[in-house]
Design a protein around this ligand. Structure first.
Ligand code: NAP
Length: 393
């Protein structure tokens, strides 16, 4: 399985062994994914070529979404197996029709590969924004990726399952729900919470970050989000006591504190510079990362990485953007910056930095796709980045 050239990345005792010509799978995805992923690959190739003389990426296409549907299921088994084998992948967005009864392919993929940490760095690259503190935003959102109301446990109003669940609630707990209610379940476990907090604290230690804030709605949802807060603090105090300070700033220590979600939402707008790493359950994290992306120029600039213990899947935060799909005007920066995150993950940090610095240079120069106030097409923007890369180096 896999292309005839290149070698697979391996993981040995938790450490990555990266060959000079690693096989990196990619999924184009639906909608604007088809337009931005190709550009991101080309930019990554150029950065690797300029940063290292003896390295290159061997891309391997895996299918999912509409492209896969032509020959079989939306999410073929080979795709999931391929990513598990290669340990890393770059992915475009996949469409999930609202209320269609289809389970989200993204959620399924993250669950099957146990990619429990969705890491979303939010930084300013010079994009036009109404927000006056954009240059002071430097956040990393750690969103739990497998639990919460996104776990996919829900039943349609009026359906047989909802009826049985309602009857169980009434019989066992004396709780009555309306017959016309759809029902969702919100599981948040100690295991799931502790491993995302561990990931966030490890990231903070390795990258010299100063603060890790647990964002939750535990005042209302005590045994799910409230428990998330407690378990996250337990990891900090029991496993990272030598490097953290809980609740108060201390020199040389990472401050670990917590904030109620609604308050945190307004504070990242009023005083973004106070926030650093935010760890939060699935749904909060999804909302927060789009809102935070808006501060620095919108979804076209927002990159993400899904991490498990051994596998990393990079993907832009945005979806398939049906309103602009097929027009060739999507901003590929989010996909380029996601590929950059992936290269950083495999230890090719020079290429990552080159990609980031060049995107910044091009965006700051005022050249961009329409969402950036420019007139470039997706392809032209990619071309501008690749051209500028020679100088930035
Ligand atoms: P979306 O695809 O993220 O797009 C929302 C809006 O943001 C777009 O209409 C466009 O707005 C703007 N936008 C997003 N990416 C852009 C880019 N690269 N360049 C320029 N503008 C960009 O959200 P959605 O419309 O709610 O979701 C559409 C589909 O995507 C749904 O089926 C959803 O399930 C799926 N989705 C998939 C993923 C994933 O695969 N990880 C993530 C999120 C959503 P304007 O042109 O109006 O400014």
């Amino acid at each position: 399985m896999g292309p005839s050239e290149g070698d697979f990345i391996e993981v040995e005792k938790g450490r990555l062994k990266v060959p000079d010509e690693p096989i990196i799978p990619f999924i184009e995805g639906d909608g604007i994914g088809r337009e931005v992923i190709g550009v991101a690959k080309a930019v990554a190739d150029k950065a690797v070529e300029l940063a290292y003389s003896s390295r290159r990426i061997v891309w391997w296409e895996l299918l999912a979404g509409k492209k896969a549907l032509r020959a079989g299921p939306l999410l073929p088994e080979e795709t999931v197996k391929g990513i598990a084998l290669a340990k890393v992948a770059l992915k475009g967005p996949l469409e999930t029709p609202v209320g269609s009864g289809h389970r989200s392919l993204n959620v399924t993929l993250r669950k099957l590969l146990d990619l429990y940490a969705n890491v979303r760095p939010v930084q300013y690259y010079g994009a036009p924004t109404a927000f006056k503190h954009a240059d002071r935003v430097d956040l990393v959102i750690f969103r739990e990726n497998t639990e919460d109301v996104y776990a996919g446990i829900e039943w349609k109003a009026g359906g047989e399952e909802a009826k049985r669940f309602r009857e169980l609630l009434k019989k066992e707990f004396g709780i009555e729900l309306r017959e016309d209610a759809g029902i969702g379940v919100k599981p948040i476990s100690e295991f799931g919470t502790k491993r995302i907090m561990r990931k966030a604290l490890t990231w903070a230690v390795e990258r010299g970050r100063k603060r890790v804030t647990i964002m939750h709605k535990g005042n209302i949802m005590k045994f799910t989000e409230g428990a998330f807060r407690e378990w996250a603090y337990e990891v900090a105090s029991e496993e990272f006591s030598d490097v953290v300070s809980i609740g108060e700033k201390k020199p040389g220590k990472i401050l670990v504190d917590d904030k109620i979600a609604d308050n945190a939402f307004q504070q990242i707008i009023i005083r973004p510079w106070e926030y650093d790493i935010i760890v939060t359950p699935n749904l909060n994290g999804d909302y927060l990362s789009d809102a935070a992306a808006a501060l620095v120029g919108g979804l076209g600039m927002a990159a993400g990485l899904n991490l498990g213990d051994e596998i990393a899947l990079a993907e832009p935060v945005h979806g398939t953007a049906p309103d602009i799909a097929g027009k060739g005007i999507a901003n590929p920066s989010a996909a380029i910056l996601s590929a950059a995150l992936l290269l950083d993950y495999i230890g090719w940090g020079e290429a990552t930095e080159l990609m980031r610095r060049t995107v910044r240079k091009v965006v700051e120069s005022g050249r961009g796709t329409p969402d950036l106030g420019g007139r470039l097409s997706t392809e032209e923007f990619g071309g501008a980045v690749m051209e500028a890369m020679e100088d930035v180096r």
